[in-house]
Write a protein that binds this ligand. Structure first.
Ligand SMILES: C[S@@+](CC[C@H](N)C(=O)[O-])C[C@H]1O[C@@H](n2cnc3c(N)ncnc32)[C@H](O)[C@@H]1O
Length: 256
């Protein structure tokens, strides 16, 4: 069955009863993207009822200044990560060599390659399937990002002017939060109350930064003090916090 305009009220009703008003905008986008949604309306509604994110149903979503293919192998790019990219842009640094660790869909690295077209931009991830998708997303720009596999710093050589990461930082609780069940665990959860991967990146990052290099790292809404303390203990300078659209500290950055 094709999705026709007359079906919109039916889908909207289902969606609204499950998720409230805020999803209506996304739903309209879904319906208008007719050619990429499943032809079977019942299947679509079933997936909506199961809580499958609209971004995965469409298979594509906007991030900052680009559109990104998405699937269940990668994190759905979030608005707070757009704030992180914007902050890097506004920092007015002329970064020449950039590495995005835990690149997922490649969204941070690819957007930075547009902002800094002369820079050499790299993106690394542990997940082969994420790297596959990042390489597909990379085709949207001529200023190519080099994607490669690495367990954090394992395969990384040399120094960078900018290290950036949105690592997994959610404390593992049971049962898994309903909103997160369609995204890969490796992208979401970290030991030590969600701070283990953040600590690995901050504590090792200095060795991979040039003299005036910066590390930007995203974290949870309640982790900014712990993250700043790790930066401090590791010897970084000029430790600063960045805010999300709600004014909450959601990323922290510092100079080597
Ligand atoms: C929160 S997601 C961020 C994805 C993307 N950068 C974004 O902002 O949408 C974290 C990413 O870190 C990757 N990751 C998890 N553990 C890793 C490790 N030990 N080494 C490298 N990447 C890792 C996951 O595969 C996932 O793609």
């Amino acid at each position: 069955m094709r999705i026709l305009k007359k079906h919109i009220p039916e889908i909207t009703q289902t969606w609204r009863s499950k998720y409230g008003e805020s999803y209506n905008e996304g739903l309209n986008f879904l319906v208008s993207a007719e050619e990429v949604v499943p032809n079977n309306l019942n299947l679509l509604i079933e997936q909506i009822m199961k809580g499958k994110p609209i971004q995965q149903l469409i298979g594509k979503w906007s991030f900052y200044n680009g559109d990104y293919f998405l699937n269940s192998d990668v994190l759905i790019p979030r608005p707070e990560t757009e704030c992180l990219v914007e902050c890097i842009k506004l920092s007015n640094n002329k970064f020449k060599k950039i590495l995005d660790m835990g690149t997922g869909s490649g969204c941070i690295a690819i957007e930075l390659s547009k902002i800094f077209p002369k820079a050499n931009v790299y993106g690394s991830d542990l997940s082969d399937s994420a790297l596959l998708l990042a390489r597909k997303n990379n085709l949207q720009t001529t200023n190519k990002v080099n994607f490669f596999k690495s367990d954090w710093f394992e395969n990384i050589e040399g120094r960078f002017d900018l290290l950036v990461s949105n690592p997994p930082y959610i404390e593992k609780t049971k049962p898994k939060n309903r909103d997160l069940k369609f995204e890969p665990e490796v992208a979401l959860f970290s030991e030590e109350k969600g701070l283990r991967d953040i600590r690995i990146i901050i504590m090792n990052g200095r060795e991979y930064l040039t003299k005036n290099g910066w590390l930007f790292i995203e974290h949870g809404y309640n982790q900014s003090d712990a993250v700043a303390s790790t930066f401090k203990k590791s010897g970084y300078q000029q430790i600063r916090h960045g805010l999300d659209l709600q004014g909450v500290r959601r990323f922290t950055y510092a100079k080597r």
